[in-house]
Ligand binder design. Structure first.
Ligand SMILES: Nc1ncnc2c1ncn2[C@@H]1O[C@H](COP(=O)(O)OP(=O)(O)O)[C@@H](O)[C@H]1O
Ligand SMILES: [Mg+2]
Length: 273
């Protein structure tokens, strides 16, 4: 069974002459700490096509956030290099969207001003982006809450605001690090559906870190599995489902087979370590 799924879903990147949109080339990260060196990522080596939604799945502490921060230019690599759209990553980029686990909204600002904050920082004025903010907030059902402060919202609502903020500058690349981990299961399903909808509409290239296998399979075109440290990308699995994705898809035998396949690969990664 595994062999069949593997052949069906873990094909190599599509054959094309175009250079990849993003390339992570033999990247390693070692943190030097008072207690010694920590090898957070041993070897990451993969490419991403423009418009692809790639989920990165792996156990806690395996270096997922570190990989994400290197891609986003928030941490330097110790070896190897990362290129996006032809340019080497050397620092944070205004044309990327960043969405992290805790929706770090500014508590004294309204929902609308939080969404517009990256624009305010970059351009000083937000007038030209009001219409886009409205469109995004309407899509996630929060336009009526635009004047509320973050503390007046539930965790799921705050996270939806953070997603709108991550998309307000129409980013070329959307980087998400476990954006829904702090949410309960029902809000998480809602958020997954909201993200899938946004995806169908805007179709960004995205890297999505998660430790939820179902979330990864539901959202992604491809799932990269990271092993436990010393971590490498151990599997690159293509998800064959069409878009738009529907929640009901999670009930199908094929969906559950792929989840089971990934679960076994993650367990193998544990045993190897
Ligand atoms: N700034 C840092 N300094 C030192 N060690 C770190 C730092 N950030 C993360 N680590 C260590 O690197 C390893 C990978 O961490 P992380 O990338 O956060 O993993 P994950 O996101 O998969 O849980 C862990 O052992 C963690 O303790
Ligand atoms: Mg992390």
């Amino acid at each position: 069974m595994d062999a069949a799924i593997s052949t069906a879903v873990s094909g190599a990147a599509p054959v094309t002459d175009a250079p990849p949109y993003m390339s992570v080339q033999r990247v390693q990260k070692i943190y030097e700490t008072a207690g010694g060196a920590v090898e957070a990522v041993s070897l990451a080596d993969f490419t991403v096509t423009s418009g692809e939604f790639v989920a990165v799945l792996g156990p806690s502490g395996c270096g997922k956030s570190t990989l994400m921060m290197m891609i986003g230019g928030l941490e330097p690599t110790s070896a190897g290099r990362i290129r996006v759209d032809g340019a080497e990553i050397t620092g944070p980029r205004a044309d990327f969207g960043y969405i992290f686990q805790d929706a770090t909204l500014l508590p004294w600002k309204s929902v609308l001003d939080n969404v517009l904050f990256p624009i305010k920082l970059e351009h000083g004025r937000t007038r030209d982006h009001l219409e886009r903010a409205r469109e995004l907030l309407e899509l996630v059902g929060l336009w009526d809450f635009r004047d509320k402060r973050p503390r007046q919202l539930s965790g799921g609502m705050r996270q939806r605001v953070a997603i709108c903020r991550g998309l307000i500058n129409d980013p070329k690349l959307l980087l998400m690090d476990e954006p829904f981990s702090a949410l309960d299961a029902i809000s998480r399903d809602d958020m997954n559906a909201a993200l899938a909808d946004l995806w169908d509409r805007y179709h960004k290239t995205a890297i999505f870190i998660t430790h939820s296998i179902r979330e990864a399979v539901y959202l992604a075109d491809r799932v990269l599995v990271m092993s436990r440290r010393p971590s490498v990308i151990s599997h690159d699995v293509r998800i064959p489902f069409q878009r738009p994705r529907r929640m009901a898809m999670q009930e199908t035998a094929e969906f559950n087979e792929i989840c089971g396949f990934l679960r076994r690969k993650i367990e193998e990664g544990y045993q190897r370590a």
